[in-house]
Design a protein around this ligand. Structure first.
Ligand SMILES: [Zn+2]
Length: 166
């Protein structure tokens, strides 16, 4: 019997709960078990096969395709982050830092005009920013660091200041 086997309910942090609800993911038994698995080891990444083995060891009956879909959905909604495992040529999943998750709810890059110092929020780039944040945090995680916040600010000249004087 595995010493990790437990029936205790998992305390899901608020930012994860928010992401699950925003994505419309129901908290099924499988979802709770997968979250519990990753919450129990916040710094370690798991491959799909490792997650499947760990869940099976905990007594959860889940097939590999269902688990694949669930891991993907959790990654898409920002609860998990995915990074490639170069040696095994597979995905490695780990918990996404809270701030990356919250970016989807309106945290967007800032643009500041250096002439008039007007600040604009670049809402169209929020998805790209989230992808960038995931990449940067994944790169840090591979080195063992834990990134918590990424700020993106662009400096330049706004359209009004660019127009030639009348
Ligand atoms: Zn300007």
């Amino acid at each position: 019997m595995s010493p990790r086997q437990t029936k205790e309910p998992v305390a899901v942090p608020p930012h994860i709960q928010t992401r699950l609800e925003a994505a419309g993911l129901r908290r099924t038994l499988a979802t709770r078990a997968v979250l519990g698995l990753f919450l129990a080891q916040p710094h370690g990444g798991l491959t799909h096969a490792q997650a499947l083995n760990a869940l099976t060891a905990r007594g959860l009956d889940i097939n590999r395709v269902t688990l694949y879909r669930l891991l993907d959905r959790l990654a898409v909604c920002g609860v998990l982050q995915r990074q490639t495992d170069d040696e095994a040529r597979t995905w490695r999943f780990s918990l996404a830092p809270p701030e990356v998750s919250s970016r989807a709810s309106g945290d967007v890059p800032l643009f500041e005009c250096e002439a008039c110092h007007r600040q604009l929020r670049v809402a169209d780039a929020s998805a790209a920013t989230q992808t960038l944040a995931q990449d940067v945090f994944s790169a840090l995680a591979r080195l063992g660091h834990q990134g918590t916040r990424l700020e993106v600010a662009v400096h330049g000249t706004c359209v009004d200041c660019l127009e030639p004087a009348a």
